[in-house]
Design a protein around this ligand. Structure first.
Ligand SMILES: [Zn+2]
Length: 203
């Protein structure tokens, strides 16, 4: 970066450029935009960033983001306590819960097994899952981890782990297969393979 850039601006651009999707050039653009904003707005943004760590917590039960610990979902006494839905990221939990059709507990895994990216079992929040299952309340663990290769690997790993340590817990996964309104002839091979593998009995 040019030495003619004033130090405070240089420091800001360096920090901004560490954000996802921002290189040095776009970080400079963001910094220049902030300078053009009315002072009160720039300060308000700064305050929000400053307060972020004080006002936002990770829920100790599910690992989700919340302004209180435990979060509103975990402390909701009207929800079922015998099903636990495991999701990869916090926003998946939000999406699932917005539907309103699931009224059990959640837990956030924090990632998926990806051996090629050196993400092994230690990088996932399996301790939290293990201690939750050890409490003995959960009867069914629903794996809602998606349908990627990484998700498949993670599903088999967790299924294995739960079978060994908590054989009484039923492990299920979200149904895989043909989306609503789609035709078989337009499906990709993997979707068809899974649809066949997880086929259902007709009631
Ligand atoms: Zn929670």
């Amino acid at each position: 970066m040019s030495s003619r850039i004033p130090e405070p601006l240089k420091a800001l651009v360096e920090q901004l450029s560490r954000l996802p999707g921002l290189g040095p050039k776009s970080a400079m653009r963001v910094a220049m935009t902030l300078l053009k904003w009315p002072e009160a707005e720039t300060r308000r943004l700064g305050r929000s960033i400053h307060d972020l760590r004080d006002n936002l917590h990770l829920c100790s039960r599910c690992g989700g983001l919340s302004s209180a610990d435990p979060c509103a979902v975990c402390s909701d006494g009207t929800r079922g306590r015998d099903t636990l839905c495991l999701v990869t990221e916090w926003d998946s939990m939000l999406t699932l819960d917005e539907g309103g059709f699931y009224r059990g507990q959640y837990m956030i895994l924090g990632g998926l097994l990806a051996p090629l990216e050196r993400k092994d079992a230690d990088s996932l929040d399996l301790d939290r899952l293990n201690s939750r299952l050890a409490e003995g309340e959960i009867e069914e663990l629903i794996l809602a981890l998606g349908a990627t290769v990484e998700a498949e690997n993670t599903v088999s790993y967790i299924r294995q782990m739960v079978r060994m340590r908590f054989p009484q817990v039923r492990v299920t996964r979200l149904a895989q297969g043909i989306p609503l309104g789609a035709e078989v002839k337009y499906m990709d091979k993997e979707t068809l393979r899974q649809s066949l593998q997880y086929r259902q009995d007709l009631a």
